[in-house]
Design a protein around this ligand. Structure first.
Ligand code: NAP
Length: 177
């Protein structure tokens, strides 16, 4: 199967992936089965490269959890550099532009998928560049009222698959071009 560029994330029902203060407390304690519908384990098994904005990267770094991504990671930032994770993580800081970053990721992924980790505007930039293929969202049963948006663009989608995993409504959409 052809490799895909996928935005895989979790969201509140009203379309926010973090609070205004970048908190995920509303998300991380909820029931989600590792072998359920559209689970992370099956998803990550096919991923060959990942990309995230610097806010998401700093959240991961400051979470206290070890860096557990074995594949190369691009971090979008206008800054010269940011702290690196402990260990031998393969992290590239870039402001090269989405098309160039995507081309470099396709080379690195060697036929496997590309995961756009977030945030929502980064996923939007990949959609703007015409290289986003899929959106996979686990919707938590909560509304936040405000926060960091899921995908702040007009992007037409086709529902390909959906189901319940624990507390989550999970859906996979293809991007209609
Ligand atoms: N619910 C979930 O599953 C989930 C998933 C992912 C993330 N999150 C959370 O959602 C929040 C995302 O926050 P966010 O959307 O505000 O931020 P973000 O996308 O993670 O990072 C935005 C920052 O990345 C840099 N950047 C973005 N595009 C760039 C480009 N093309 N070239 C160069 N630099 C670029 C800019 O920072 P600088 O240039 O200043 O470095 C920008 O301010 C975080 O709290 C994260 O932890 C949640």
């Amino acid at each position: 199967m052809r490799m895909k560029t996928q935005f895989f994330t979790a969201s509140s029902l009203d379309g926010f992936i973090a609070t205004d203060e970048d908190s995920l407390d509303w998300l991380i304690t909820r029931e989600h089965f590792p072998d359920g519908v559209l689970n992370y384990r099956d998803f990550i098994a096919d991923v060959g490269a990942i990309v995230m904005g610097s806010t998401t990267y700093e959240w991961v770094l400051n979470s206290g959890e070890p860096w557990d991504y074995t594949m190369p990671c691009w971090v979008l930032t206008s800054r010269e550099s940011l702290p690196l994770p402990a260990g031998d993580a393969n992290v590239t800081f870039s402001n090269a532009g989405i098309r160039q970053v995507h081309a470099d990721m396709v080379d690195a992924a060697q036929g496997r998928n590309i995961w756009v980790v977030g945030g929502g505007d980064v996923a939007g930039q990949f959609a703007d560049a015409g290289v986003l293929d899929e959106l996979i969202v686990s919707f938590a049963p909560v509304t936040l009222g405000s926060g960091k948006p899921l995908l702040p663009r007009h992007v037409e989608l086709r529902l390909e698959e959906c189901g319940q995993n624990g507390e989550f409504l999970c859906a996979r959409y293809s991007v209609v071009r």
